[in-house]
Design a protein around this ligand. Structure first.
Ligand code: ADP
Ligand code: NA
Length: 346
């Protein structure tokens, strides 16, 4: 079978939290270190996606630099994977336009994220006309850019979280529409590689996922947080009134979420359920349990934090990584654009 091409992207919208790390970045590293020789890996910092909502230019520049440092800090290696900024490779935007001309408006308007912006889901009160008129075109059409990101590199496999599978479906729809319109197997339909990781929940509200958009900064742990910050955030994590440890996703979501974190960083490879039983038997209270989780997380992130500080302090190195990545990503995208332009008659 032909070699795999793996593509994934992350938005430069702040330092990743534990959900991003355990749900996405760790899997990227695993794929990098376990893929058979010949596999092409591309990991992009998708800055063009970040501007679908207003950004402060200074802050965006800083976030871009931090994001690249983050990719290196978690263990991605430019010798094994192409690490690049999306906006350095103009073919992403060019293919987006070309795909827009065969993509279906109906399909896009049925997508969950758009419907949630319009508050069209069941139970929500719909937006009024003036709020609707202010919605931006980019927010509607960004799935086409996402499709272009993937298709321009002829990706065969795309690692994503559950929340993104609908977008992969749309990318395949773009392939079908394009190939049908221009009669040929010009673009390659990608497969979804669902992340094996558990969803990490908010520390302050275990019924919602850990997210960078939650207003309370104590609800998430960033992968560069210091041990004392990690300790403080875990100490204030919402659990329940029973002063003991046990695993129960339905009746003890807070404690169970912390057990998932402990298991993710526990070097013995024990599951959250096993750890829960062990700690229940030992009679550990919640205070000691939170300290234990804090130590495991701090220890597990130590290398990440140190590498992050080191590369952030070396501006020239970061620029070099970005430049080398851009050259290789342009080359990869250029091959597809030749095929696409020829098929379309451009
Ligand atoms: P956020 O919700 O913080 O805005 P994104 O939507 O940008 O995060 O997600 C980036 C990646 O991280 C996606 O692959 C997503 O599936 C994963 N991810 C985000 N939050 C979590 C979480 N709480 N648990 C597991 N994975 C997550
Ligand atoms: Na999100």
């Amino acid at each position: 079978s032909p070699p795999q091409v793996i593509f994934s992207g992350i938005q430069p919208t702040g330092i990743p939290h534990l959900g991003n790390y355990l749900g996405a970045l760790q899997n990227w590293v695993k794929l990098q270190n376990s893929s058979p020789p010949g596999t092409k890996l591309l990991y992009s910092i998708v800055d063009l996606h970040a501007i679908t909502v207003p950004q402060n230019p200074e802050q965006l520049r800083r976030w871009k630099r931090e994001s690249l440092a983050t990719l290196l800090a978690v263990g991605l290696d430019e010798r094994k994977a192409v690490l690049f900024f999306q906006s350095d490779v103009q073919a992403h935007s060019e293919l987006m336009w070309i795909l827009s001309c065969t993509a279906s408006m109906g399909y896009l308007s049925r997508m969950t994220q758009w419907k949630s912006k319009l508050a069209l889901e069941e139970g929500a009160s719909p937006l009024d006309e003036s709020s609707k008129a202010k919605l931006k075109l980019g927010l509607f059409s960004y799935p086409v850019l996402q499709a272009a990101d993937i298709l321009v590199h002829r990706a065969t496999h795309v690692p994503v979280g559950e929340d993104q599978s609908q977008h992969l479906e749309f990318a395949r729809e773009c392939v079908t529409n394009f190939n049908h319109t221009y009669g040929g197997e010009h673009l390659v339909a990608p497969q979804t590689l669902l992340s094996p990781a558990k969803r990490i929940m908010s520390l302050t509200d275990p019924s919602s996922k850990m997210s960078k958009s939650a207003t309370n900064p104590s609800s998430r742990i960033l992968i560069t947080d210091s041990p004392s910050t990690i300790k403080r955030k875990l100490a204030s994590a919402l659990t329940d009134s029973s002063n003991s440890v046990s695993y129960s996703p339905s009746s003890r979501p807070g404690v169970t979420n912390l057990l998932h974190l402990l298991s993710a960083f526990d070097s013995t490879g024990k599951s959250a359920e096993e750890l829960g039983m062990e700690l229940e038997r030992s009679g550990m209270g919640l205070g000691a349990f939170k300290s234990l989780v804090a130590e495991a997380v701090s220890e597990g992130l130590k290398g990440v934090r140190e590498r992050f500080e080191r590369v952030m302090g070396d501006e020239g190195y970061l620029e070099g990584v970005a430049e080398r990545g851009a050259v290789r990503a342009r080359e990869s995208a250029g091959e597809t654009m030749k095929i696409v332009r020829k098929a379309v008659g451009l």
